[in-house]
Ligand binder design. Structure first.
Ligand SMILES: Nc1ncnc2c1ncn2[C@@H]1O[C@H](COP(=O)(O)OP(=O)(O)OP(=O)(O)O)[C@@H](O)[C@H]1O
Ligand SMILES: Nc1nc2c(ncn2[C@@H]2O[C@H](COP(=O)(O)O)[C@@H](O)[C@H]2O)c(=O)[nH]1
Length: 225
């Protein structure tokens, strides 16, 4: 069951009801440091009905990152084990580390009609497109300038100079995939970017195919029920 929606019920009144639909997969990609995590946190705070896909990674935790919340921090052997057992919906090597989306929690949330948010790179987005393009919306986040991108990576103060240099050197390659996405948002101002993200999600939820109750509503409307 999905989020609360106003739906047409059998007693011919509009009422607050749950409606049946599968959840939407919402992918956010960007060059490192453009603001995916920041926007994701804001979006989840305003939309507790959205589930966050927690990835597994072989990267070491940054200060403050919590296992099971920010990532499942696992070693390479465990990652290979999970990959070989087909437990990832998608996986990729990014900046010398391995990242993957555990399938089970995603399928569970979607079946309950919950929308699921993914913070993954373009390789993961491509794999999800092959697996489930109908229930997928892909949003690319751009920084206002590359100089600002580097400033953000530095201001985050969680990566070494070497790591930041590596991420900056890959930023143009990541950005080159922008046209594979359904939507593009320039994250200059966090509040404005978050509002755009919310607008996209609201509009996608209102698509006719995602409101299965409308057929019955229109039939009853015409029949004068
Ligand atoms: N619009 C913005 N203006 C200024 N600073 C921002 C803005 N959005 C995000 N930031 C800051 O930029 C830094 C990087 O943001 P964030 O960690 O959200 O990026 P990310 O895309 O998730 O990066 P990564 O791909 O490396 O995980 C953080 O310090 C964050 O507070
Ligand atoms: N394909 C995937 N990419 C992922 C996944 N989880 C995160 N990511 C991307 O990796 C980079 C680096 O992330 P960081 O946390 O180390 O800064 C970033 O672009 C993420 O979007 C995943 O499961 N699959």
């Amino acid at each position: 069951m999905a989020c609360d929606e106003t739906v047409y019920d059998e007693s011919n009144v509009m009422s607050e009801r749950h409606m049946e639909r599968r959840g939407i997969m919402i992918v956010l990609s960007s060059p490192s440091g453009a603001g995916k995590t920041t926007l994701t946190r804001g979006l989840l705070a305003d939309n507790p009905d959205i589930a966050m896909s927690v990835s597994a990674t072989t990267r070491s935790p940054r200060p403050g990152e919590v296992d099971g919340i920010d990532y499942f921090f696992i070693n390479k052997d465990r990652f290979s084990e999970m990959r070989d057992a087909d437990q990832f919906l998608e996986h990729a090597r990014v900046f010398d580390n391995y990242y993957g989306t555990p399938s089970e929690p995603v399928f569970g949330a979607l079946e309950q009609g919950r929308d699921v948010l993914f913070d993954i790179d373009w390789q993961g987005a491509q794999q999800l497109t092959e697996a489930a393009s109908d229930d997928l919306i892909k949003i690319f986040i751009l920084p206002p300038t590359l100089r600002e991108l580097e400033k953000r990576l530095r201001s985050r103060a969680q990566d070494s100079d070497e790591t930041i240099a590596k991420r900056m050197s890959k930023s143009e390659a990541e950005i080159s995939h922008w046209a594979e996405y359904d939507y593009v948002i320039v994250n200059e101002n966090v509040e404005a970017a978050q509002a755009k993200l919310q607008t996209i999600i609201n509009a996608e939820r209102l698509k006719r195919k995602r409101q299965p109750w409308t057929s019955r509503f229109v039939k009853d409307l015409i029949d004068g029920a």
